[in-house]
Design a protein around this ligand. Structure first.
Ligand SMILES: Nc1ncnc2c1ncn2[C@@H]1O[C@H](COP(=O)(O)OP(=O)(O)OP(=O)(O)O)[C@@H](O)[C@H]1O
Ligand SMILES: [Mg+2]
Length: 295
């Protein structure tokens, strides 16, 4: 059929694919309204006991993205490896760390807060000392609630607190879940991704039953997605089959820009703001605001 003059619909073969990588219709999340007042924070744990799935990368870049929308963000390094602290370029030695706060109720949590190069994004660092916390906490009364008590004192100063968990389901992660309103699970798009997620969800359910009835699963974020490989697409399809709407529409692609930004000690939203990966984390931030997980 002949095209009418002035017809701006795309030519056949040039239509934009209306379906996103999750198989749902593509969405563009609106820029959020600025907040008129701040706090108290909603606390979200970035959790997956599988290593290297993008927990720390997501904490850094989601934190920076939320800060760019005017949200006051505090990121907690809750992994003795200290990757979050390093990724945000803050010192971890001769400073007050999260370990000091867990160990003594007398240390003021404000003394541990450090500013980052990103306006609106603060961090409480960790170092290898935190690996001793498991041993110390075992004999504490109400040992699962210690982080919760620490964060209660600073939650009024922030809109969102993101906790970067270590890759285990030990006492530290249970502390993080007990302190949280929500959990975001980063999931790498590779074959063994789904293994262990059932155990993680079981752990969240146990925490809900016994320690923190209000905890919600805020979402599952597919990371390291490579649209060129059938493998990535199949894994994502299975994840969506298993978890439905809990899988965020926004998917983070695989790119070497992340390791590069980590080495530079700044978020990708600052390192390469025009890169698709920076835009992906801005979209994750807008999607979480739209879903009500963040104010
Ligand atoms: N979308 C991505 N594309 C490519 N590389 C990525 C992506 N996201 C993260 N990475 C890289 O993968 C590695 C693991 O990521 P990250 O440290 O965020 O995972 P993690 O879940 O926090 O790991 P751990 O369990 O060890 O704490 C890092 O080198 C990071 O730079
Ligand atoms: Mg990590």
């Amino acid at each position: 059929m002949a095209r009418r003059q002035g017809d701006r619909t795309p030519l056949p073969g040039f239509e934009e694919n209306p379906v996103g990588p999750t198989g749902r219709e593509k969405q563009d999340f609106a820029d959020p309204e600025p907040l008129k007042s701040h706090g108290p924070a909603r606390i979200i744990s970035l959790c997956n006991q599988k290593g290297g799935v993008g927990k720390t990368t997501t904490t850094i870049n989601l934190g920076a993205a939320l800060a760019s929308y005017g949200r006051r963000v505090l990121a907690i390094d809750f992994d003795p490896q200290g990757a979050l602290s390093a990724g945000l370029g803050v010192p971890t030695h001769d400073v007050t760390t999260i370990y000091d706060l867990l160990l003594s109720g007398k240390v003021d949590p404000r003394d541990a807060i450090q500013q980052t190069s990103v306006p609106g994004l603060d961090v409480i660092p960790a170092n290898i000392d935190l690996s001793a916390a498991e041993v110390h906490l075992v004999n504490e009364v109400a040992r699962e609630q210690i982080l919760s008590r620490v964060l209660r004192k600073i939650a009024p100063d922030y809109d969102v607190i993101l906790i970067d968990c270590q890759p285990s389901l030990g006492i530290l992660t249970v502390n993080a879940l007990t302190a949280s309103h929500g959990v975001l699970i980063p999931l790498e798009c590779e074959f063994f991704a789904l293994r262990g997620v059932a155990l993680l969800i079981e752990t969240i359910d146990k925490v809900r039953d016994r320690l923190n009835p209000a905890i919600e699963l805020d979402g599952i974020l597919a990371t390291m997605y490579d649209s060129r490989t059938l493998h990535s697409r199949e894994v994502l399809e299975r994840v969506v089959d298993a978890f439905g709407d809990r899988v965020l529409d926004t998917v983070v692609g695989r790119t070497v820009k992340f390791p590069d930004a980590s080495v530079a000690g700044i978020p990708i939203t600052e390192f390469a703001p025009e890169h698709a990966a920076a835009k992906a984390y801005l979209s994750v931030a807008r999607e979480l605001i739209q879903r009500g997980a963040v104010a």
